[in-house]
Each structure stands twice: as C-alpha cells, then as structure tokens.
Design a binder for this molecule. Structure first.
Ligand code: 0O2
Length: 205
C-alpha cells in the first residue's frame, strides 16, 4: 500500500478546511464581533493509529476510504458552549461540505466523561485524476472540553488504554468540573463579550 499516495487527498482536505474555517474567525474579527471559533487545528491520522483502529474495528485496508471516518480530522475549539451551535450551523450551511453523520457527545457524554460534538462530513478534493470525496471528522468543543480531552488522551496513551480506576474517577470529576466551568462562563458571557468589543474598538482607534 502506497500510504503517501493514499493519504494525499486527506492532507489536502485538512489543509483546505483549516483555511476555510479559520476564515470565519478573521471575518468576525473584522466586524469586531465575538468569534464562535477560537482556533482550528487538524491532522491526518498517523499510519500506526490507522492500522491499530483498522484492527480494532475489523476494517479491511481496502475499505478505509469508506469505513474509517477520521482519516482526516479537524478540531474547532470555541470559547463558549453556545458557540458550538453557531459553528455547526456555519458548517451545515456550506455548499462544499455535506454532513453525513452527527454524534452529540455533549448532550450524551461518553462514559469516560468525554464531551464534544462530532460531525462526519463528505468533502470533495480536486486531485490530478479528478474529484475525490473524502470523509472528514470535525470535532467541535469548548476550550474546557478540549483541555480535559487533551489530558485524558495523553493519560490513555501513557497507560495504553488502561487508566487506573482512581485516576479514571478523578478524570470523571474533572470532566464535571470542566462542564461546570463552561456553565459559569456562559453566565458571564455577556460581560466577556462586552469587554472584547471594547478591546477591539481600542485596537482599531
Ligand atoms: P486520535 O486521532 O488519537 O484522536 P472510537 O475510535 O471507537 O472511540 P469512533 O466511533 O470511530 O470512536 O468515533 P468517535 O466516537 O466520533 O471518536 C473518535 C475520536 O473522538 C477519537 O479519535 C478522539 O479524538 C475522540 N474521542 C472519542 N472518545 C474520546 C474519549 O473518551 N477521550 C478523548 N480524549 N477523546 C475521545 P481517536 O481514534 O482516539 O484518534
């Protein structure tokens, strides 16, 4: 299998979508409005992770294109929980992106305590041999959810998926603390937005 060749369209999809989604942030800044997007990151799944997931989920390597939804992954991080809805709407309204699946791990958090909104989308990439559809997983989450997920992800890596129970329990409490923080931040959202507007106006003066 020529991995470089196979993954090239996914790299293209990640690069294009990062630019497109970051474009929204620039537009909001230009009109001095709160941006629902704080930052956008993306990655092509590393080959060892692809092989590992294919083995775990019994996906034959010749069916990766249709069966592995996160070969290309985009992560949109927001300041407030309310921003997540706005970002989802921005994505749903695009003519170049077709949403094929949605997983709401915010309304329905994972057992680990993980919260995030996942959209699986079809995104066309123009290659030298024509148009190719790629599946891309877009994860939308707040900064607090991202903080938690980043730490939990590295602990999972460290303990090879077998996090000791007491740390697991602590992580669940930390997930609830992050959820509570998001709630508190939403409450004072209006004030924060007002401060941001003042700051942007001063920057323009
Ligand atoms: P990466 O690139 O290391 O992040 P599955 O892979 O079976 O768990 P599925 O059904 O393929 O899940 O898709 P799902 O549920 O949308 O989750 C895929 C991705 O969501 C994961 O990618 C993580 O990025 C994130 N995720 C899901 N659950 C958790 C969790 O409990 N903790 C953390 N930190 N992240 C989670 P990968 O495969 O781990 O790859």
């Amino acid at each position: 299998m020529d991995w470089d060749l196979f993954l090239t369209p996914y790299k293209q999809a990640v690069d294009e979508l990062k630019i497109k989604l970051r474009g929204y942030r620039e537009q909001y800044e230009r009109v001095s409005e709160h941006s629902p997007i704080e930052f956008v990151t993306g990655r092509v799944k590393p080959i060892p992770s692809i092989l590992d997931k294919a083995r775990r989920k019994n996906i034959p390597l010749n069916q990766l294109q249709t069966q592995m939804q996160d070969l290309a992954g985009i992560r949109v991080t927001c300041q407030f929980v309310e921003d997540i809805k706005t970002v989802i709407e921005l994505i749903r309204n695009r003519s170049d992106i077709t949403v094929v699946e949605e997983r709401d791990y915010i309304a329905d958090k994972k057992e680990s305590g993980y919260r995030s909104y996942h959209l699986v989308v079809n995104y066309p990439v123009h290659t030298i041999s024509g148009e190719q559809m790629t599946l891309v997983e877009i994860q939308v989450r707040t900064m607090a959810m991202n903080f938690w997920a980043t730490i939990e992800h590295s602990l999972n890596y460290k303990y090879e998926g077998r996090i000791p129970k007491e740390i697991k329990d602590r992580l669940q409490r930390a997930a609830e603390a992050a959820f509570h923080l998001d709630g508190e931040m939403s409450q004072i959202r209006g004030e924060i937005q007002e401060a941001h507007r003042h700051f942007m106006e001063k920057k323009i003066d």
